[in-house]
Design a binder for this molecule. Structure first.
Ligand SMILES: C[S@@+](CC[C@H](N)C(=O)[O-])C[C@H]1O[C@@H](n2cnc3c(N)ncnc32)[C@H](O)[C@@H]1O
Length: 397
């Protein structure tokens, strides 16, 4: 125990030292270098930005802490919620949809989306400065690869996910993060007095539940084709998507397994809202009580990370008891690296902390232990090229 504590304390010092040293050196060198004085020839001046241009046109923020002075890095962290709210407002106003036809000056854009001109300009200039929209000329805004994802009609639209993260179901629990860290109970518990899925089921929260389900589909738009193309589903006879939402993933998977029967299993009101082809049947139920019998493939996307180990064991034991002996369990999850360093799973994990009682992103070791405790055995983990999704495969032990 003492060793672990020391190791952690050492690890914690490193990131604090690095940004303090590097930025302090770099600007100093640049300031003293003679390079600015050597700019006279036009050819040289023209060549230089051309070489530097590609890394300066990011499609999103670079992974990991930016190299900047400590004060600015701290401010960047504090500014984070302003980006979140700004993105949320841009999605709600439909800015990316309005820019579909090309760039617009902010006054024109304001009248298209029904916003105050100056206020809209100020928010968009902040977002564009961070690379979330383009601003080709001062005050003129255009879509870039990031803002395109906010369009409702984009094939991989993330507009639903944005509305959920920026909506009440998430904003209120996140406002309770201090209570969560002090007590270990979810922000949903502190904000709503109950577990998030119970809260979602109340008739008065139907609007937020719809937003949640749209967000799940929106996340699947990009993941589903990737998953369907990355695994040999054609070898299965019966594929059950446990907690499969509205069936977006299962439809793509079944298209790759023409001889398989699909079963969409989720809560009754969720499967009732799904639009399904003839080779997928719907089944409403509670995965803590049972799952459909006799399949050779059970898929669970973004399910296991919602729940504590005890809850997950119940779901996985139900599957182990229901599956064909040679069958497979496929989890599609982000995987927490065992090592320190930047990774989106570390954000997703705190989201699980804020939103759920016991949900978390798990390391390969934790997945292996969880499977073993439920009568299953980890076969392997395959990371997909989106940098987020992994296929975590298991079979009966
Ligand atoms: C995070 S969403 C994932 C949905 C889908 N797999 C996806 O990735 O788009 C969790 C899903 O679990 C379902 N769910 C929650 N509790 C459940 C339960 N006790 N029994 C069955 N499904 C449940 C929810 O309705 C929701 O569709």
């Amino acid at each position: 125990m003492a060793k672990k504590k020391r190791a952690r304390a050492k690890g914690a010092k490193k990131p604090a030292r690095k940004p303090a040293k590097k930025p302090a050196k770099k600007p100093a060198k640049k300031a003293q270098s003679k390079k600015p004085a050597k700019k006279p020839t036009k050819a040289k001046a023209a060549r230089k930005p051309a070489r530097k241009a590609p890394p300066r046109r990011p499609e999103g923020p670079p992974p990991g802490p930016p190299q900047m002075p400590p004060e600015m890095l701290l401010m960047q962290g504090l500014f984070g919620f302003m980006l979140t709210k700004g993105i949320g407002v841009a999605a709600t106003l439909g800015i990316a949809d309005a820019l579909k036809g090309g760039p617009l000056y902010y006054t024109d854009l304001a009248s298209v989306v029904g916003a105050n001109q100056r206020a809209l300009h100020r928010v968009l200039r902040m977002l564009a400065g961070y690379g979330l929209f383009a601003e080709p000329k001062p005050g003129t805004f255009a879509n870039n690869a990031v803002s395109e994802l906010l369009r409702a009609d984009h094939p991989h639209s993330m507009a639903g996910m944005v509305k959920m993260i920026c909506g009440e179901s998430h904003w209120q629990p996140w406002g309770m993060l201090e209570h969560t860290v002090r007590t270990g109970r979810s922000g949903a518990h502190h904000a709503f007095g109950e577990e998030i899925f119970t809260w979602f089921q109340k008739p008065e929260n139907k609007g937020e539940w719809d937003v949640f389900n749209d967000a799940m589909t929106s996340m699947s738009l990009g993941q589903a084709p990737l998953i369907a193309a990355s695994y040999d589903f054609a070898r299965f006879r019966k594929i059950v998507d446990v907690g499969g939402g509205h069936g977006h993933l299962l439809k793509q998977v079944i298209a790759k397994a023409p001889n398989a029967q699909g079963v969409l299993f989720d809560m009754p009101d969720v499967v009732a809202g799904a639009d399904l082809p003839g080779n997928i049947q719907r089944e409403g139920g509670d995965f803590f009580a049972r799952v459909p019998e006799g399949a050779d493939c059970y898929m669970l996307k973004a399910i296991i990370h919602d729940w504590s180990d005890d809850h997950c064991r119940k779901i996985l034991r139900n599957i182990a008891g229901a599956m064909d002996p040679g069958g497979r369990v496929l989890l599609f999850e982000t995987v927490m690296p065992e090592e320190p360093g930047p990774h989106p799973a570390k954000f997703a994990d705190v989201n699980m902390l804020a939103m759920t009682d016991g949900g978390c992103e798990r390391t390969p070791t934790e997945f292996a232990e969880l499977f073993a405790s439920a009568g299953l055995q980890l076969v392997g983990i395959t990371p997909l090229p989106d940098g987020w999704t992994n296929i975590v495969e298991a079979r009966k032990a």
